[in-house]
Design a protein around this ligand. Structure first.
Ligand SMILES: NC(=O)C1=CN([C@@H]2O[C@H](COP(=O)(O)OP(=O)(O)OC[C@H]3O[C@@H](n4cnc5c(N)ncnc54)[C@H](O)[C@@H]3O)[C@@H](O)[C@H]2O)C=CC1
Ligand SMILES: O=C([O-])CC(=O)C(=O)O
Length: 338
């Protein structure tokens, strides 16, 4: 049974994500932490007749929210408004993530940490640097959540191919997403080239790639100033957490269908091989990983050998942007003393 803490639990993502976690039979203790409403939401959730407990914690109680927690999920931070890039969130969210990571290092140093807050490409390096500076970084336990890109890559493919002919389930093995989590760093790659050829033949490939890369903008625009994706993100965050929880409870390798997540490559088996194959020194990248006991145990790199020419070009565009995003996070973290 697992104790899970949500940092930023009262937000647009935090609330539905907490609900999904409360419904999960593998969660025994759910802790909600936010600047506001955490006690209220926890009391609300605690009336649901599932086996887990739900407790709320305010800012003075963060140590209790984290103590003994095995999984910490972070959707704390401001979301975009129309006209903003994810990078525009950096100034505010970097400080929030840095201060929360300091608390995690102190009160839950062994927890797995899932970073949802944006910009993921820069905030995961902050979590890394902050933990590393106090000797508490464990490479397999820090993951940036890019699952929404993968979910979109399936949905938008069905949108093109037609819902009557193709179920989303059938297409889940056709395409995945690697790279980072913003604009041109988001790279859909076809694991089944038949679908790539189909999009190329029907001249829909470019618009498909663009939609996967900028899918977040569709929601920001439609919400018209009230924020960005929350419900689909809660589902995406929960889907990733569920996969992690499943691996935590299996003694063997279990469900080992790799799922992409944004990780620190040099610290993980397969990470350096991936850097070599991509011919890059970029240290953080979202690639399919194997999870065991709730930890990333290997980064996949075979997929690089199968990239088509279009995908190779997308990766070449992604890497320098990603490198800058990562540098920005690392320098902020090194220069900021809280
Ligand atoms: N990784 C991804 O694919 C996605 C990431 N996001 C990102 O997730 C973040 C949250 O989005 P929303 O839930 O829509 O925002 P929101 O504004 O609705 O909620 C954020 C919550 O964080 C809380 N918060 C702020 N500072 C805090 C702190 N120091 N400690 C604890 N809680 C704190 C706020 O009180 C609020 O309840 C944004 O940065 C957004 O860009 C959003 C969608 C997808
Ligand atoms: O677009 C945003 O700002 C939120 C996000 O990361 C997404 O929906 O992919």
């Amino acid at each position: 049974m697992v104790s899970v803490t949500v940092l930023g639990s009262s937000g647009g993502i935090g609330q539905p994500l907490s609900l999904l976690l409360k419904l999960d039979p593998q969660v025994s203790s759910l802790r909600l932490y936010d600047l506001k409403l955490s006690h209220g939401n926890a009391t609300d959730l605690s009336h649901i007749d599932t086996n887990s407990s739900a407790a709320g914690f305010n800012t003075a109680e963060i140590a209790l929210a984290l103590k003994g927690s095995q999984l910490v999920i972070i959707p704390a931070g401001i979301p975009r408004k129309p006209g903003m890039s994810r990078d525009d969130l950096f100034k505010i969210n970097a400080k929030i993530i840095k201060s929360l990571t300091v608390q995690i290092a102190e009160h839950a140093p062994d927890a797995r940490i899932l970073v949802i807050s944006n910009p993921v490409n820069s905030l995961v390096p902050i979590v890394y640097e902050t933990l590393q500076s106090v000797g508490k970084f464990q490479p397999g336990k820090v993951m940036g959540i890019t699952t929404l890109d993968i979910i979109r890559s399936h949905t938008f493919l069905v949108d093109i191919l037609g819902r009557t002919a193709y179920s989303v389930d059938k297409l889940k093995d056709a395409v995945t997403v690697v790279g980072g989590h913003s604009g041109e760093t988001i790279i859909p790659i076809f694991t089944d080239q038949k679908y790539y050829r189909r999009l190329r033949d029907t001249r829909t490939y470019e618009s498909y790639v663009h939609r996967v890369q900028f899918g977040g903008d569709e929601v920001v625009k439609a919400k018209d100033g009230s924020g960005s994706a929350t419900l689909s993100m809660a589902w995406a965050g929960y889907s990733f957490a569920k996969k992690l929880l499943n691996s935590l409870h299996l003694n063997t390798a279990g469900d080992q269908h790799p799922i992409p997540t944004f990780v620190y490559l040099p610290g993980l088996p397969g990470g350096k091989e991936l850097q070599k194959k991509l011919n890059t020194s970029v240290e953080f990248f979202s690639a399919p990983v194997k999870l065991e006991k709730g930890i990333v145990v290997a980064v996949e790199h075979d997929w690089v050998d199968k990239l088509n020419e279009d995908e190779k070009k997308l990766i070449a565009k992604c890497l320098p942007i990603l490198e800058n995003n990562i540098k920005k996070g690392l320098s902020f973290s090194k220069d900021t003393k809280l």
